[in-house]
Structures are given as C-alpha cells and as structure tokens.
Design a protein around this ligand. Structure first.
Ligand SMILES: C[S@@+](CC[C@H](N)C(=O)[O-])C[C@H]1O[C@@H](n2cnc3c(N)ncnc32)[C@H](O)[C@@H]1O
Length: 337
C-alpha cells in the first residue's frame, strides 16, 4: 500500500552512506537496522558479506521476523529512528549484536535530528564521531563501551501506562516507536468516543491498530474473538497480543495480506505521515480499498483531520455517509456500502 515508499530523507541519507562506504570498506557479517528495504542489500557491500536486515515493519511476503543474534556481527547500520526511546532501544540491540570493537553507524537527515541524536548516543557509547556529512544528512559512528549492561530483549522495553476512558480503565502495554507510546492520542480518543454501538455478532477489523486501543474498546461490545487487529508494525502487534490476550493480529502493509477476509465494520485511526512527510496516501487507499473487505451493508468508521477534503472520495465508494463527531481538529466519518 504505502509502507515501502521512500522520501528525500531516505534517499539523501542513504546516498551519503553509499559514498562513505566507497572509502570505508567493511567485511564480514553486517546487521542493517530499520532501513525501509529498497536498495539496501547488495548495493554497499560485496557479495561475500552476509547482510541481515532487521526491520520492525512487515515487507514482502517472504519477510522473516527475527531478533538479532548476540555477539555475531562485524558492523551494524541503523537508519535513525523517529523517537529517542526507539533510538536507545536500537543502540542496545546493536551493541549487544556486535562483536568486540566493531562499529555501529547511524545515518539520517538533519531535520530528523541526526545531530542531536549524538546526545542520546553519548551516555551509551565509548565514542561517538561524525564520519560523513553532506546533502543535509550525517553518518555517525558509535563504539560500544567494554562494560555495558544490555537491554537487548524486547521485553526489557515494555512500557505499561494507565488508560482512563469512560468504561475502559486498563493498564496498557506499549514499546518504543509504536504510535503514541503509552499516551492517549487525541485523534484516538475522539474516534473512541464517537464509536457507534455494534451488534454483538459483528466481525470488526481495527485497521492500522497500533497497540490496539480502538479495537480493544470495540471488543468489549462483541463476542470474544470478533475483532481482528492489523498493522504494518510487528512490535505494535506484540503489544496488541499483550493488551487483548487471544487477539488475532494481522501483520500487513495496508490491505495487502488480508486476502478473502470480509468484515461488518472496519474502524481506523489511519496514519498521516510517512516518516516526517505529511501524506494522505494511506487514507485515500483505505477509503478506496475498504469495500473489498466489507460485507454487504458493511461500514467503515474512521477519524480524519477536519481540513481533509474527502467527502467526494467517500461518496464515490459508499452509499450512506454520516459524520459521527466534529471535535477539535478531527472529524469521525461513518461510510456504509
Ligand atoms: C495514527 S496511528 C494509529 C494507531 C491506533 N489506531 C491508535 O489510534 O492508537 C497509525 C498506525 O498505522 C500504522 N501504519 C502505518 N503505515 C501502515 C501501513 N502501510 N499498513 C498498515 N499499518 C500502517 C502505524 O504503524 C500506526 O500504528
């Protein structure tokens, strides 16, 4: 759907990395981390190197989820994560996976915060140096200290906070880098408060579910096992399984892995950004693609920024449209086939 698209920051920072590796040859087993995939393998290092790419988002059909082995790599290359906590987690995983005296390189653009990420790296590393810069991007090199207490399992990064919504008061699990990471997002709250009542025998899909809050609230109204949770982020889906034990999770880039599934309702608080760039592609594809996964008379309920002009698009795919809420900068749409 949209998951693999690269913006200029991906391209510019990757091109800087390529230039850097023309001068600095690397040998052995390499761990690529969080790169969006395209062009990463094979373009920097020779075929004799073995490269494993660890990415938390689901990619092609043959994507294999793995957790990097300890003490096994000769270099690690990390695409700068979006949040400080995610960067810390990735540095712990990388240092634990590297053999002694092997480098971690972190690359990203200035407006993503690559310069200030040095402040996050310093307390964790023995040394941090800028090894390449240009095109509004940088590559940093961090070396692990000889003594380090690693938090190198996902469970070490589990964050539990309290969600306090009318009729829904729960401890809620999140992990670094998942949407809202333990806080209640205002768009999520507006959507939850506007949700219609749903017949208890309905099947519902929480599309782009994050840690599963929206689907978790819907789940209370229905027979057990009636809500499926779909997201591109595999770590968010680990949180869903802890928040809603027994939940069926679907790792998927948009509708791509849903195949023949059909639902009575699809609920969604969709993403509006690709990296740092504002993008309406996901919501457009969701509105256009939902009908193929809804039963007859099925309904799509979603929250969108009020300024989005999408009524025309919705009415070209659905028969009945209602606005369930107009609050703050959000609008909750209900669209029925
Ligand atoms: C705005 S967040 C909402 C999360 C959750 N529904 C909530 O309200 O807390 C959007 C979610 O979309 C997911 N996402 C982004 N791109 C996606 C894609 N191409 N396919 C499926 N999920 C995607 C993100 O991982 C994120 O969890």
């Amino acid at each position: 759907m949209t998951g693999k698209h690269r913006d200029w920051r991906d391209r510019a920072s990757f091109s800087l990395l390529q230039k850097f590796f023309k001068k600095r040859k690397i040998e052995g087993r390499i761990l690529g981390m969080l790169d969006s995939g395209e062009g990463f393998q094979g373009s920097i290092w020779s075929a004799s190197n073995q490269t494993d790419v660890w990415n938390r988002t689901v990619g092609s059909k043959d994507h294999q989820w793995f957790w990097p082995e300890k003490d096994s790599y000769d270099a690690a290359i990390l695409r700068l994560p979006k949040s400080k906590r995610e960067l810390e987690m990735c540095v712990h995983i990388a240092f634990s996976s590297l053999r002694a005296e092997c480098p971690l390189w972190v690359y990203g653009s200035n407006d993503e915060g690559i310069k200030s990420s040095e402040k996050v790296l310093w307390p964790l590393a023995k040394t941090v140096t800028t090894v390449a810069y240009g095109g509004r991007c940088r590559v940093l090199q961090a070396m692990a200290p000889s003594e380090f207490s690693y938090k190198d399992e996902l469970s070490d990064w589990k964050n539990v906070t309290r969600i306090d919504l009318p009729g829904f008061k729960r401890d809620w699990v999140s992990y670094p880098g998942v949407f809202a990471d333990g806080k209640l997002d205002s768009g999520t709250e507006v959507l939850i408060k506007a949700l219609p009542s749903i017949p208890e025998d309905n099947r519902v899909l929480d599309f782009a579910c994050g840690t599963g809050l929206v689907g978790g609230v819907v789940d209370l109204q229905l027979k057990p096992g009636s809500v499926d949770f779909l997201d591109i982020d595999l770590i968010a889906l680990v949180a869903v399984q802890q928040n809603i034990p027994g939940a069926r999770v679907i790792p998927s880039d948009g509708f791509s892995r849903l195949e023949e599934e059909r639902y009575d309702m699809i609920v969604s608080n969709p993403p509006y950004h690709r990296g740092k760039t504002w993008s309406e592609d996901f919501i457009m594809a969701m509105v256009a693609g939902a009908a193929a996964h809804l039963n007859q008379d099925g309904t799509l309920v979603f929250v969108a920024q009020r300024r989005l002009q999408i009524e025309r698009l919705i009415s070209s795919h659905f028969r009945k449209i209602k606005i369930l809420s107009n609050q703050d900068s959000y609008r909750v749409w209900s669209a029925t086939l």
